[in-house]
Design a protein around this ligand. Structure first.
Ligand SMILES: [Zn+2]
Length: 103
């Protein structure tokens, strides 16, 4: 992929790539990333903190959450439904990693 600038540019760039949903740089590079299955999103809201997003995602039942405090995730909160993905070849699991948010 080409070099990227701002996160917004990265989102626009990744929207045209093989990543199913907009992904931040490095989030979705893994060949088995949930982004490649179209069931992941990287979220940022200007008026809501990343931890608020992570906690809301936990309460909403997302099985994959990576946010502040997890390497590469201090500028967005990644959410996915990996538990429901039977095509990724990994054992079904809930994985929450946002240690700065207490998750
Ligand atoms: Zn992501």
């Amino acid at each position: 992929m080409e070099a990227r600038g701002t996160p917004e540019e990265a989102r626009r760039s990744s929207a045209d790539s093989d990543v199913g949903f907009p992904a931040y740089p490095g989030c979705g590079d893994n060949n088995n990333s949930q982004h490649h299955y179209g069931n992941a999103a990287d979220l940022v809201f200007s008026t809501v903190s990343l931890c608020t997003i992570a906690l809301a995602a936990r309460d909403a039942g997302f099985s994959g959450i990576f946010g502040p405090g997890y390497p590469g995730h201090d500028d967005h909160t990644h959410v996915d439904s990996r538990l429901e993905n039977d095509d990724d070849g990994v054992n079904p699991a809930v994985v929450w990693r946002a240690p700065s948010c207490g998750i």
